[in-house]
Design a binder for this molecule. Sequence first.
Ligand code: AHG
Ligand code: MN
Ligand code: MN
Length: 353
Amino acid sequence: MENFDKAVIPEQSLDRDCQTLSRHVLQQFSNFTTEAQDVSSIMNRIALAAKLVSRRLSRAGLMAGVLGFTGETNVQGESVKKMDIYANDVFISVFKQSGLVCRLASEEMEKPYYIPENCPIGRYTLLYDPIDGSSNVDINLNVGSIFSLRQQQGDDLDGEAQDLLQDGDRQIGAGYVLYGPSTVLVYTLGKGVHSFILDPSLGEFILAEENITIPSHGPVYSVNEGNYWQWDESIREYIRYVHRHEGYTSRYSGALVGDFHRILLQGGVFLYPGTVKKPEGKLRLLYESAPLALLAEQAGGQASTGMERLLSVVPDKLHQRTPLVIGSTEDVQLVESFIQDWARRESEQQALV
Ligand code: AHG
Ligand code: MN
Ligand code: MN
C-alpha cells in the first residue's frame, strides 16, 4: 500500500474550497454587524446573477432566442441585444423581495428601478452594466457585468435619483464579473481587490487571489485605434509615442471588463478618450468607469479622465459619459502628461491672441 499522509491533500483542497465569496465578504468587516450581513447578502445575490448570466452565455449558441438584437435602442441610443435585456432582468429578479436593495440603476433603464417592498429596510442602490461588451456576445468572446454599490441618501421623492449624482468615493463597493473561459468575479469593499473563480461543480465562487496589485508599469496599451481620426491631437501624440518606442504592445477586445482584467493582473493602460462623435467618450461614469476606478485605486493603480482623478468627478446626470484612462500608475500618468501638456500649450496660445 502507498505510504502517504491521507490528511494533507484533502485538508488543503477543503481549505481552498471553503474560501467562498460570502465568507470572504464577511471577513472584510471586523464584526457581524447588520451592515456586514447586508453587504454579504448583496454580494451573494450578485454572485447568483453572475451564475445565471454565465449559464445562459455558456449555452447561448444552443438555445433559440438568446443571440442577436431585440430591435430596440436603449437610452444611450445603442442597439439592444437580447442578452442585455436578459441580464438586466436577472439583476432585478435576484433583488426582488430580498429586503436588500431599494433601487437599481442600469445602462439599460432610463430611470432607476424601484423595488418598493425592499425600501423600508434596504437603503442601498445597485448601479450596473448588465452586459459589458455586448458586441462580443454573438461571436462567443468574453463579456462582463460591472456593478457599484451606494447608500441611498435621502428619500428621492421625485424618483429622479439626484442623490446618485455624487463622486465615486461614495461607493461602498464595486466589482465586475468576467465571463471568459472561466467566470471570474472581482470585487472591492474599499479594503483591497480580490478575485474569485466560479467552480461549476460546486456552484460557488472560490477565492483565486487576495489583495491584487497592479504592476506600476506594463507593456499593454488598450484603445480603439480606429478612432484615431476623431481624437484630440494630444491622444494622437501619445499613440505615436508608443508606436515609436520599444516595449509596448496593443491589446483590445471590445469589452472593457476583459481589457481591464488583463491590465489589473499584468499592468498597462486602457483608454477611451473623447472623440468627435462622442466628446465625453463612450463609457458611462456611474456604472462603468467609477466602479473600475475604485478597483484600480484599491489595487494601487490610477484612474483619470485625463484631466482629473476619475473618482472625484461629480456627474450631473445618471447616464453621464466620461473619458477614461485607467491602469498602472506610470502609464496613466504618461497619458495624462500628454493630455495636460497639450491643454497647457493651447491655453498659453489663446492667452497670446
Ligand atoms: P456596452 O456593451 O456595455 O455598451 O459597453 C461597450 C463598451 C466597452 O465594453 C468597450 O470597451 C467599448 O464599449 C468598446 O467600444 P468601441 O467599439 O467603440 O471600441
Ligand atoms: Mn459597458
Ligand atoms: Mn452594457
